[in-house]
Design a protein around this ligand. Structure first.
Ligand SMILES: Nc1ncnc2c1ncn2[C@@H]1O[C@H](COP(=O)(O)OP(=O)(O)OP(=O)(O)O)[C@@H](O)[C@H]1O
Length: 260
C-alpha cells in the first residue's frame, strides 16, 4: 500500500452562510493520480486551494508527509513541494514566456540569469514547447498557454530540492480546449507524472469525461460538502451509486439537484 502523502481530516470551509466543505476527509497517496469530480460549485477548486496552502480551512487538520501544516503556504514549511496549475493559465501578459516560467527564480533566487534560462528551456521542452521563450502569452493559443503554465508549475530551484513539486494540483486543465488540444494536455499530465526520479502524485479537478478517463487512477465524487463516493476508474462504469450514474449520463433526473 502506498504511503499517504497529504491527508485532509475533517476539513470544513464556509463562504458567508454557505457551508462548502463539511468535515471532508481525503488522503492523497504517494504516486497516485486522483481526480476530484462533482457538480459545479461543490467546492472542488476550494479543496485544491486548501491543499496548496493558498486558502485556510475554517476547521480540520492537514498533514503533509505526516507533519501537521499550520498556517498558509507562506508561513508553513511543507516537507514537500506542491505545484498548482490554475484554471486560467494566469500568465503575466506583459512578461515573455521565459520570464513567466522562471518568474519565482528570477525574483527570489541568486542563480545567474543564464542558469535560470537554461532551466526554463528544459521545462519548456518537457511540455513540448521548445524555443518559444521570447514570445508573449497573447501570441499563444489557449492550449499553449496551459502548457506554459504547466512548465511554470514544475519549475524548481536546484539549490533547494524541496522546491521540486512532489504533488501537482490541476484545476480544470482542459476546460475550453477542443478535443485534440485536450488530448495533448491529458498526455502531458501523464508524461509529467513519472521520470527517472520516480512518480509524483497529482490531483486533478475536471468536468471532462475524456480527461477523467485518461488521467485518473482513482476518483472521488464531491457533493453537498462531502466525499460521496470514491473508487477506481473502472468502477465509474460499473457502480450502482446513483450520483455517479447520473453524473456520467448527464441526466437531469436523479439525486443531483440542478442549480438554477
Ligand atoms: N473566495 C470566495 N468567496 C465567496 N464564495 C466563494 C469563494 N470561493 C468559492 N466560493 C463559493 O464556494 C462554492 C464552491 O466554489 P468552488 O469554486 O470551489 O466550486 P467548484 O466545485 O470548483 O465549481 P466549478 O466546478 O463550477 O468550478 C461556490 O458556491 C462559490 O461561489
Amino acid at each position: 500500500m502506498a504511503e499517504p502523502l497529504i491527508e485532509l481530516k475533517g476539513i470544513s470551509k464556509s463562504f458567508g452562510d454557505a457551508l462548502v466543505l463539511d468535515e471532508v476527509d481525503l488522503t492523497i497517496y504517494q504516486g497516485e493520480a486522483l481526480a476530484i469530480i462533482g457538480p459545479s460549485g461543490t467546492g472542488k477548486s476550494t479543496i485544491l486551494r486548501i491543499i496548496s496552502g493558498l486558502l485556510a480551512p475554517d476547521a480540520g487538520e492537514i498533514y503533509i508527509k505526516g507533519e501537521r501544516r499550520r498556517g498558509l503556504v507562506e508561513d508553513a514549511e511543507d516537507p514537500i513541494g506542491i505545484g498548482m496549475v490554475f484554471q486560467q493559465a494566469a500568465l503575466f501578459d506583459s512578461l515573455t514566456v521565459e520570464e513567466n516560467v522562471g518568474f519565482l527564480l528570477f525574483q527570489h533566487s541568486k542563480l545567474p540569469r543564464r542558469v535560470i534560462r537554461s532551466l526554463v528551456n528544459q521545462k519548456l521542452e518537457m511540455v513540448g514547447l521548445p524555443r518559444i521563450g521570447d514570445r508573449y502569452p497573447s501570441q499563444l493559443s489557449g492550449g499553449m498557454r496551459k502548457r506554459v503554465s504547466f512548465a511554470r508549475a514544475i519549475m524548481s530551484n536546484p539549490e533547494n530540492p524541496k522546491d521540486t513539486p512532489e504533488v501537482l494540483l490541476y484545476d480544470e486543465p482542459t476546460a475550453g480546449l477542443d478535443p485534440v488540444a485536450s488530448t495533448v494536455i491529458e498526455d502531458l499530465i501523464r508524461q509529467l507524472q513519472c521520470n527517472e526520479g520516480g512518480c509524483t502524485s497529482y490531483v486533478i479537478v475536471t468536468h471532462q469525461d475524456s480527461t477523467i478517463r485518461r488521467t485518473a487512477d482513482r476518483i472521488v465524487f464531491l457533493y453537498r460538502g462531502k466525499v460521496q463516493w470514491s473508487g477506481s476508474l473502472s468502477e465509474i462504469d460499473t457502480t450502482d451509486n446513483a450520483l455517479i450514474r447520473q453524473f456520467f449520463s448527464g441526466s437531469v433526473e436523479g439525486p443531483i439537484q440542478v442549480a438554477g
